[in-house]
Design a protein around this ligand. Structure first.
Ligand SMILES: Cc1cc2nc3c(=O)[nH]c(=O)nc-3n(C[C@H](O)[C@H](O)[C@H](O)COP(=O)(O)OP(=O)(O)OC[C@H]3O[C@@H](n4cnc5c(N)ncnc54)[C@H](O)[C@@H]3O)c2cc1C
Length: 318
């Protein structure tokens, strides 16, 4: 019987394993575990808050570098984001980072949020412009009395207090950008006014991250650039999320999840193996900072927990 040929575009990209695979390397490979961080969203209801806190408690023992909480454009989650990061600070061992957007707000209001964070003991802000109201990719018109973009916001934060400031980066380009050069220029501008770390949009095409990082390092940018990793719990949802953000989903990924819409258990196994392979390949290329998008779900946190275990991240010993 002749072997069935699978077209190359339906196969995951080859992982260049070292003598030891990612699992074997753990505990015996001598390489320190990667640095991980986790992203959550502020809960909308009491029930969602309960779920979020289960997810946070699940991941807390992994001792991440930081955990971040998103912020609704236009300040729609101002109180909820604040409440969540402050509770993290007061009730957990975690280092919280508060996302902050400047779209649809005047500088005075944004500055007040920044000062509130500092007074509450928060020392890390993820500074973002945000998307215009309506839909992602819509035309953005800055307010005359507001910060026009994340560069201006970063400078504004820096002028108020010595926060750690993370900013976004887009290995596969922000929808408003036409080239990698432009992408790197904007990142550099944000760093020049005070950003200390970048976190990327999620991606599945490792080569585009590597190409992006070549340009970033070539431009003399040395700050950590955490690779945004999205473990796929719900592929249909991922497709809806990725499209407006201009994030291509490779054929091999679609092929892996095809026919699994009603099979969450297999989806989770596949999702874990994709994320582990991605991180293993990135580690082999010399990148060790991973930012996991948890989407607040307990299953998502279980998945991230398992992925981190395989990568060698262990519970902190007291
Ligand atoms: C890690 C991460 C976390 C996110 N968290 C949130 C969140 O919590 N809430 C939310 O609403 N959205 C969030 N987003 C989405 C983000 O708000 C959108 O992608 C938005 O469209 C762009 O925001 P930004 O900070 O990346 O933009 P910016 O980096 O400010 O870029 C936006 C536009 O401004 C231009 N620009 C920026 N700086 C300059 C400059 N110095 N000179 C000239 N032009 C400039 C850019 O070219 C671009 O056209 C997140 C994205 C990422 C990657």
């Amino acid at each position: 019987m002749s072997a069935i040929e699978i077209p190359a575009n339906l196969l995951p990209p080859p992982v260049r394993h070292t003598a030891m695979g990612p699992v074997a390397r753990v505990g015996g490979g001598g390489r320190p575990p990667p640095r991980v961080s986790f992203e959550f969203g502020p809960p909308k209801t009491a029930e969602a808050e309960e779920t979020l806190w289960q997810a946070i408690r699940r991941l807390e023992p992994l001792n991440p570098e930081f955990v971040s909480v998103t912020y609704g454009a236009g300040g729609s989650t101002r109180e909820r984001t604040h409440r969540t990061v402050v509770r993290m600070l007061q009730e957990t061992s975690l280092t919280p980072a508060a996302h902050l957007t400047c779209v649809e707000a005047c500088c005075d209001d944004v500055d007040a949020v920044i000062r509130d964070y500092w007074e509450a003991g928060i020392r890390h802000i993820v500074a973002l412009r945000g998307d215009p109201p309506g839909k992602i990719g819509g035309v953005y018109t800055p307010r005359a009395d507001g910060y026009a973009n994340a560069t201006e916001l970063t400078a504004g934060i820096r002028a108020i207090a010595p926060f750690e400031i993370s900013v976004s980066a887009y290995p596969q380009l922000h929808p408003e950008h036409a080239s990698l050069d432009q992408e790197v220029e904007v990142l550099k501008a944000k760093i020049d006014v005070g950003a200390t770390r970048a976190i990327t949009q999620f991606f599945f095409d490792i080569d585009s991250y590597l190409r992006f990082m070549d340009r970033v390092r070539g431009a003399g940018i040395e700050i950590p650039v955490c690779a945004g990793i999205m473990p796929v719990t719900n592929f249909a949802g991922l497709k809806r999320m990725a499209k407006p953000c201009g994030i291509p989903l490779p054929d091999w990924l679609c092929n892996l999840f095809e026919g699994l819409d009603a099979d969450p258990d297999t989806r989770r196994l596949v999702a874990a193996s994709v994320a582990i392979e991605m991180c293993a390949r990135l580690e082999e290329e010399g990148f060790h900072d991973f930012h996991f998008y948890t989407l607040n779900r307990v299953e998502g946190a279980d998945l991230v927990y398992a992925i981190c275990r395989v990568l060698g991240v262990r519970e902190a010993t007291p």
